[in-house]
Design a protein around this ligand. Structure first.
Ligand code: MF3
Ligand code: CO
Ligand code: CO
Length: 277
């Protein structure tokens, strides 16, 4: 038995929680606030600004809104956001170095609202990035959206991974294997693992009430990563550029609901020309 009503019992290890309508309402609020936080950050991220400054902004935003930053003190992590620049794949730690023209950066924020977690990340392109960097960012956003489009009740986790992998590899990019999306809800990282590669029809069946993240990391070079001595920062082994976007979603009776869409229409760059919200 791999699925359990989230409100009825304590799941055994690895069991997948199926949430009710009141949980969807909680996730909408958490997802929206995390997205609003990113709306602020992607507009503030410019050459010359430090990632430490963006981290301060995010922490203050969270506390002003009565939310808790999920990353702060998570397994010893000391910041509110992760800022992963250029060949950093994920879990880059904010610092006092100014962002540089031509950098690409992922900003990842997770906020807890009334116990529910909204986890989302976007890329920003700082100033005039090279065309191949811009292209990687576009491909990665498209990969996330194809993964979301593949999510429906009766489908499987493999449908999502396959949609992402086929698209990314078709564009001569590679999919990171060492990090994955995850179940989410009252827990930050819950079952199941949501890998961004795979085969259609394989893996757990998707059922209404499942909450999870989809957060593909796509590299211009090879998929291999290594962790730096700080214990967090993951970089590409070949130092090729890496990009990532993340949404938190819920499976509904008829499809999928995205909890972390940008209320301002700033889901992907360029952010200076926001689409109609
Ligand atoms: N937000 C990341 C995720 O998508 C997790 C970051 S954990 C941290 O799952 F401690 F590094 F912040
Ligand atoms: Co995240
Ligand atoms: Co996540």
């Amino acid at each position: 038995m791999n699925y359990i009503q989230a409100d009825l019992a304590t799941p055994a290890r690895g069991q997948i929680r199926l949430h009710d309508e009141s949980a969807f309402e909680g996730m909408r609020r958490a997802g929206r606030l995390a997205a609003e936080c990113l709306d602020l950050l992607v507009l503030e991220a410019k050459p010359g600004v430090t990632t430490g400054y963006l981290d301060d902004l995010a922490r203050k935003f969270a506390f002003e809104k009565g939310a808790t930053p999920a990353c702060l003190h998570y397994r010893g992590y000391r910041n509110t956001i992760c800022t992963s620049i250029n060949h950093v794949v994920c879990h880059g730690i904010p610092n006092d170095k100014p962002l540089r023209d031509g950098d690409i950066m992922n900003i990842d924020v997770t906020l807890i609202v009334d116990g529910w977690h909204g986890d989302t990340s976007r890329m920003v392109i700082l100033g005039g990035a090279k065309r191949r960097a811009e292209r990687l960012v576009e491909i990665t956003y498209e990969a996330l959206m194809r993964g979301i489009e593949a999510a429906r009740p009766g489908g499987t986790l493999g449908d999502i991974g396959a949609a992402i992998q086929e698209f990314a590899e078709g564009e001569r990019c590679s999919v990171v294997r060492d990090f994955c999306g995850h179940g989410i809800g009252r827990l930050f990282h819950d079952a199941p693992n949501v890998v961004h590669f795979g085969e259609r029809g394989r893996g757990y069946e998707l059922r209404p009430g499942m909450f999870f993240t989809i957060e593909p990391m796509i590299n211009l070079g090879k998929p291999g990563v290594k962790i730096l001595d700080d214990g967090w920062t993951a970089v590409t082994r070949d130092r090729s550029l890496s990009a990532q976007f993340e949404h938190t979603v819920g499976i509904t009776e008829s499809g999928v609901e995205v909890f972390t869409r940008s209320p301002a229409g700033l889901d992907c760059p360029p952010y200076d020309k926001p689409a109609a919200a």
